[in-house]
Design a protein around this ligand. Sequence first.
Ligand code: SAH
Length: 247
Amino acid sequence: MIDSSLKNKIEFILVEPSHPGNIGASARAIKNMGFKNLSLVQPKDFPNDDAYYRAKGAKDILDDAKIYGELSNALEDSTLIFGTSARARTIPWPTKNSSELTSVLKSGLQSNNAKISFVFGREISGLSNEELQMCDYHIKIPTDEEFSSINLSHAVQIISYVIKMELQNKEYVSEFKSESTTFQDNEYLIDHFDKVMKTIDFYDQENPKQVKTRIRRLVKRLQPDKLETGILRGFLAKIEQVLNKKN
Ligand code: SAH
């Protein structure tokens, strides 16, 4: 038996799913594994009879699904974010196989405010680079290398099964309680860096975007806690103050 408070800290987000049937099959998949939180970002066609038909006994998951216009809104309170993808991208991100989630999940579930999000992409094109860069880790389900793209709801089934196994086989009792930073806290920090770097002309004007992406990757990789984020924000604010006095 897994403590339901642990399971409630896990959510599944589908970004712009095109086929209502896949939404229903995903709802069924997560309920089969004992989870209940499903969010949809701009679903093409939902609510829809086909989704309800494919959900079978998981209609409650569809009734309770949260709908968002943007992935960033769906992620606002998330404290740990996994983006799933079959393909490696240009700026490599910390990546895990679906069988290597133990230590990250364990530390992610320690905090009082833990909300762990698993993000899934569009049937045709997956997640964009920008969406993947909102995540702390990328997960690849190991498949045959020649044929790696799994049906959306099947990917949801595999990931939800893996997390269920993780939660039931490992000791997830908290040793120390802390407060994690949320996606939104990290976005404020990244934007603050960006703003100050622009003010002091730190950016290479030819290619400014890569610097911000690398700062983003640094923040995601280090996962500073609330106190550390506060120090960095305070430091940046002080630089702005000093610059304002000079001008
Ligand atoms: N053609 C798309 C794949 C879309 S499959 C592409 O090349 O990116 C729909 C979604 O299922 C993906 O966005 C991802 O969330 C998930 N998925 C499919 N295969 C996967 C795999 N091997 N590992 C992890 N996630 C996968």
